[in-house]
Each structure stands twice: as C-alpha cells, then as structure tokens.
Design a binder for this molecule. Structure first.
Ligand code: COA
Length: 180
C-alpha cells in the first residue's frame, strides 16, 4: 500500500475526483446508508475545508494505483461550535477553548470494504496526525458504527453526544490527547 500526504490546497482540490467515489461507496453502507444528497453535502463541505490552513489529506493506494482509502482533517477554528449543544455533557470552559491551533478534527476516514482489517485505516489515521502540533484530536462517530469501538482502541475518549440537526441521528464526539 502506498500512502501520500497532501497539504497543498490545489493538490487537495484535484484529489476530490478520486476520493468522492470512495466516500460514496463506503458511506452507502449501514449504519450510514447515505445517498446523493449526503454526497452533495460532503462535496460542499470539502470545497471549503480543503482551503483551510492546516488541512491534511492522506490517501492509500493499492499497487495498481487504485485509491482504497483516505483520511482528512483540519484544525478547529477559534469560533467553532464543535463543543456546543451536547445532549448529555457540558464540558468545562477551559476544555472547549479554541485558538485555531489547539485541536485537529479528524473529519473523515474511509477504507473500501474489501480492504479493511489489514491496518490501512490505522495507518491513514497515524499519518494524518503525524507531525502536527495540535494538543488533541477530535472526531464524531455514530455510536452504533463498528468504527466507534475502533476509535476507542486508538485512544479516543467520549466527550458527549449530539444531534447535529433536527431529525439527525445521534453522534458521539470523541477526543484524544496528542501530547503528554
Ligand atoms: C473504520 C475504518 C476506516 C477502519 O479501516 P481498516 O482499514 O479496517 O482499519 P484497520 O485494519 O487499521 O483496523 C481494523 C482492525 O483490523 C485489525 N487488523 C487486521 N490486520 C491488521 C494489520 N495487518 N495491521 C493492523 N491492524 C490489523 C486491527 O487490529 C483492527 O482491529 P480492532 O478493530 O480490533 O482494533 C473502516 O472500517 C471504514 O472505512 N469503515 C466505514 C467508514 C467509517 O465508519 N468511518 C469512520 C467514521 S467517519
């Protein structure tokens, strides 16, 4: 497997043609069952996110050049509402303070179903965070997804649960310290 880190916004923009079909295939699976509307929202979000300073994308390619997985993320902005509106938690003000550098959001990780269980996801995750200066990483996950327990094995701890919009499923927000 070949892993490539992309930080340049022009390269990240070009990568979207490759990662969109992987996103579409992976998140069509349960529990996500995403369709064209969700894909459109993903594309819209990526168009903004890939231009954000600190954005990072890691791609995993098979020997034949086929993209089999990707992970990307970016720093939380100082104005973020990321830690707001938990259904079951009120983190301390010091915990939720952001300055644009403190916290790196792991926005998406996806590996094609027939390529899972061989360490591709773990390597994508490690390469995404390798060398960044953020104090911690955070992400959200559907609690019923197999990835929820996988993230806890990677060292993430639950912060609380949210329902990001009316009618949305419940998401668990997790955080992991990156420095000791
Ligand atoms: C979550 C996801 C990215 C993990 O990808 P993956 O490539 O299967 O991840 P890994 O292979 O690194 O780890 C999966 C398991 O395989 C095991 N494994 C098997 N062979 C391995 C190897 N050679 N090296 C490392 N781990 C291996 C790991 O121990 C791990 O087991 P664990 O779950 O008990 O820790 C993938 O399942 C996926 O795309 N899921 C759907 C999308 C999703 O839910 N994304 C996250 C939420 S946004």
């Amino acid at each position: 497997m070949d892993y490539t880190l992309i930080t340049d916004p022009a390269d990240a923009a070009r990568a979207l043609d490759d990662i969109a079909p992987v996103y579409e295939a992976v998140f069509a699976e349960p529990p996500y069952l995403e369709g064209p509307r969700d894909l459109a929202l993903f594309l819209e979000a990526y168009q903004l996110e890939h231009k954000t300073p600190g954005f990072r994308l890691v791609q995993a390619r098979a020997a034949d050049g086929r993209l089999v997985g990707f992970a990307y993320g970016l720093p939380l902005a100082s104005t973020t509402a990321w830690w707001d509106s938990f259904l079951d938690a009120t983190p301390a003000q010091e915990f939720t303070r952001e300055d644009g550098r403190r916290t790196f959001v792991v926005k998406e990780i996806a590996v094609l179903a027939d390529q899972r269980g061989h360490g591709v996801g773990s390597t994508l995750h490690a390469d995404l965070l390798n060398g960044i200066t953020a104090e911690r990483a955070t992400l959200t996950v559907r609690p019923e997804a197999p990835a929820a327990t996988w993230y806890e094995r990677l060292g993430y701890e639950p912060v609380g649960h949210t329902r990001p919009w009316e009618g949305a499923p419940v998401y668990r927000t997790l955080a992991k310290p990156l420095r000791v």
